[in-house]
Design a protein around this ligand. Structure first.
Ligand code: MLT
Length: 253
């Protein structure tokens, strides 16, 4: 079988059945996938993703209060009576260490639902780019799934998909790339070239670019500009969150 990488700019653009048996990387750079990685790096026991707020609350009712925190957002802001929002900086050893994070976000946790038939589901962000690429190793069927925002494509997710696709394909001429993967790679290479041209690190350049993306503009508008800097720190975390499809929880393998 030929090795392939397919990028999907939105969950709506790929049927669940098309992801059957594949290794999927779910990408929501601003901010769900960055925050999930940060929560686990900070020592959370697991991140349990929920599609909606009510289901998150209902699940929590059966658990001892000290065993979990409620995290996530609607409209980018913390949900009423939740413990934490969706800023990666909120997820520290003090706030989540040893506890389950019951987590719901507008687009990121919805994208995970699309992967129920996948073989493996990883969480990808700029902060764990190299670790994700290493974990994908020689995988034959790689699907990079961008979460987008409310059914619209977001450039930050496409750029990260391009970064992963570029890393994996640059020494493998035989690899098959769908058109979206080729578009994403061109976008990422442009970012790297412009960072080099400006004498900046790619992370610094990426933070500046995020300010102009759809997700970035939303966050600036609601006062979460600092998250753009954290989310652009390429390879600051050497971990790969993975969704346990049987038990529907994200942890570190
Ligand atoms: C989402 O899952 O919709 C995002 O992570 C939204 C956000 O930036 O909080």
């Amino acid at each position: 079988m030929t090795r392939k990488i397919e990028v999907h700019f939105l969950p709506e653009l790929v049927a669940s059945e098309s992801l059957r048996g594949a290794t999927v990387v779910v990408i929501d750079v601003l901010r769900a996938s960055t925050t999930i990685a940060q929560a686990l790096a900070a020592g959370a026991k697991e991140v349990v993703p929920f599609r909606d707020v009510d289901a998150t609350r209902r699940h929590s009712e059966s658990l001892p209060r000290e065993s979990y925190v409620l995290g996530g957002e609607r409209g980018g802001v913390m949900i009423d009576l939740f413990d934490l929002g969706n800023s990666p900086a909120e997820y520290t050893p003090e706030s989540v260490g040893g506890r389950s994070v019951l987590f719901t976000t507008t687009n990121g946790t919805k994208a995970l639902e699309r992967c129920r038939e996948a073989y493996r589901v990883l969480i990808g962000a700029a902060v764990n780019l190299a670790a994700v690429c290493e974990s994908l190793g020689e995988t034959l069927n790689i699907q990079l799934l961008c979460a987008g925002t409310a059914g619209e494509v977001t450039r930050e997710d496409v750029l990260l998909a391009g970064a992963i696709a570029y890393q994996l394909s640059r020494h493998d001429e035989g690899i098959e790339l769908n058109d979206s993967a080729q578009i994403a790679i061109a976008g990422w290479r442009n970012i790297v070239a412009r960072a080099v041209g400006a004498g900046k690190s790619v992370s610094d350049h990426l933070a500046a670019e995020f300010r102009a993306t759809r997700g970035g503009r939303n966050l600036l508008q609601i006062g979460h500009g600092d998250d753009l800097t954290l989310a652009s720190r390429i390879d600051s975390l050497a971990i790969v969150p993975e969704l346990d499809l049987q038990n529907w929880r994200i942890g570190l393998p």
